[in-house]
Design a protein around this ligand. Sequence first.
Ligand code: ATP
Ligand code: MG
Ligand code: MG
Length: 369
Amino acid sequence: VRRVGIVGCGQLAQMMAQEARPLGIEFSFLAEGGENTTCVEGLGTIVQITDDADIESLYRAMGEPKVITAEREGVSAELLRALEKFCPVYPRPDAFEKTQHRLREKTAITAAGLPVAPFLPANNYDEICAAVKQLGYPSFIKSCEHGYDGKNQWRVNSDADLAAIANDVPASEYVVEKGIHFSREVSLIGARTADGKVVTYPLAENDHYNGTLLVSTAPAPHVSEELQHTAETYLATLMNAWDYVGVLAMECFVSDDGLLINELAPRVHNSGHWTLAGAKTSQFANHVRAILGMELGDTAAARPAVMINMLGVDKKPALQNEGVWSYGKELRPGRKMGHVILLDDSQEALATRIDSMLEELYGETKRPA
Ligand code: ATP
Ligand code: MG
Ligand code: MG
């Protein structure tokens, strides 16, 4: 049998295993530092990293997988490099290293000749102020590391906003970005094999709430063929430049100056969950196919789809028609507990149902608490 090892035990690892086990692939999971493993229980061997464990015995305990991948962009590149002595690690440790640090990420995107929002590095509050003066209001100040779901970042619209965060930004690495006036946020998910075959999904349009993805609609309703093509070219350029293997997700702004890349995730992505029901081959199955060097599956959207996150709620809504994915996690405020997928014949028909679903999940406000 072919065995895949996954570093990480959250819902992304869970869905990779659920989607690829029907292909006859087995899984084992490497748990870092007391990480909660409930999402992957019953889906394969779970190996805990202990302080005294050497890498070779971890690899053996995982059942000597043919290839290793990771589900979190913050994974230790050092750990991945050590594992690489025993089998290929895809995406490559380099890809994690670039994308887990915003300055390295933006520098790498720019080096590939692709557009991002104007940005400046800053290492302390004074440098942040100088950068904001240069870029103007609004600006975004983002910690280079450990930022996700809008955490560790600040939007400043005025001198007063900038003064107010003086004590929130200790000396550390930041990027300061010009605030982009965008009409929409879209994301593109693609997969590449080691021998250079690339597939991409239709763009998804993403709506965030309090910095966290809430609704993804695919194919993105307001997107031209030209924009889709531009996004595909950007993603393929990056994947080829990095000799990338696996699924890569690219978040973009549709701005007055065209498409700008916001950030990348070297893994399956929340804005691709719609593919579980809305595409012939899910992003999870295609990720596993890509890292094993198997033929990549069809990425076309069968019907318009929408994915709605269950943030801080875990329900079985009656209005869903394609399924509820509940990750089996302990309920906590704001936590990603699962998602629902709706499919319909047209974007218009779908749009009217999103509101009712949000109401069913979150009550009158239609928004997470
Ligand atoms: P994720 O959970 O997607 O990893 P994150 O914490 O890494 O999020 P970003 O994606 O960089 O953060 O930013 C979060 C959101 O803030 C974006 O989706 C966008 O809505 C807004 N935003 C970020 N940067 C800018 C910018 N330069 N101009 C305008 N809006 C921005
Ligand atoms: Mg991010
Ligand atoms: Mg983001």
